[in-house]
Design a protein around this ligand. Sequence first.
Ligand code: GDP
Length: 424
Amino acid sequence: MSNCVIVGINWGDEGKGRMVDLLTERYDIVVRYQGGGNAGHTVINDKGKFALHLLPSGIFRSGVVNILGNGVALDPENLWKEMQEVRSKDVEITPETLKISDRASLLLPWHKDLDVLEEKRLKDKQYGSTKQGIAPFYSDKYQKKTLLVGELLYPDELEAHLQDLMEWKNLILTQVYGTEPYTMERLKAWIRDYCEPILPYICDTASFLKKAQSDGKNILFEAQLGALRDLDFGIYPYTTSSNTLAAFAPIGSGLPSARIDDVIGVVKAYSTCVGEGPFVCEMFGAEADLLREEGSEYGAKTGRPRRVGPIDLVATRYGVEAQSATQLALTKLDILSYIDKIPVCTHYLLDGKVIDGFPFPAVLDKAEPVIEYVDGWQCDISQIRRFEDLPQAAQAYVTYIEEAIHCPISFVSVGAERESIIFR
Ligand code: GDP
């Protein structure tokens, strides 16, 4: 039996979905433990190309049980639509292959409205939300002002609880934001259209996981976003509203007794960041446009162009530590093949001093990147499957990063497809 968490080391979009899809072969269960439909895990395999938002990336492997844990922001509308879409490409999703925790909280329709309204109110001070209702959802979860998914199984009690929540939320919608109030008719239609279809998938996943643990099953925990977006350890307030760190996996999945054997951190061979907030190593102009185009760096959920930069060793080292990563997967190395001299952000310059520790969020905006250049390889590496077959400069790039961030790189990804991987 082994427990492994796959996490992002940086700002998200590192290629976690691609790694989970690959490694599920070794696992019986895949659990999503935080976040919601604001993720965009792109997976390319024998069934086609998918952008998963809420479904765990183990959904394509037969025999793997996929769980949406209690830490997830469960948006039934997005989930049901995503299930239909994935099913239309011949992927089987049944109550045996997908289980939703009865203790997950429900993302309610007004959470998305509030996300949009608040970003609009903020004007040029926006957080760059994906407008999926995640921040309003988690605020309400911690205020105890939303529903548990399991309440859907008790319609009478559900209606009374929802009525109370609606009365409170209508005060905010009408008096703070000046919009239309919700009605129970509208909420009942939402329950009928999106909650009822998912009823067969709801169960006590904590008990299921406990039994799986005592049966010696192998469990893979799948994170969303990256260490720098963690609510407590990231670049607050430009974080997400949940804990993306591996340490949260046992809690958010519903298996608090889980001992984590392995934390695979996913790092992109360069940096990308979606949304607002400090991004010290950001590149601009033609150099940035070229990297964005080569790497197809546009958000899977929103289509927004991602901000890009060289690999940031300061932020990456911090992410590795925060995640307690035991090994790393370096993704998208193939994308750097066009560059002659590859830039690397080795340190930050802050208040006239060269530093290698990641600064406190409030001063990040003042930090400047210190850039060094290493040799590129300038040839196609996407078909290479053995480390020793990579050009010398590409091997040197990988070992240079590994040494700089003090963590072994066990996987090097050279393409988006499942098999485009080098095991070291
Ligand atoms: P996630 O949210 O961490 O799963 O990452 P995303 O799916 O948002 O972004 C990663 C993108 O890079 C996806 O479009 C993947 O298909 C793609 N990708 C992942 N690994 C590689 C790789 O090694 N090479 C290339 N060219 N694309 C990759």
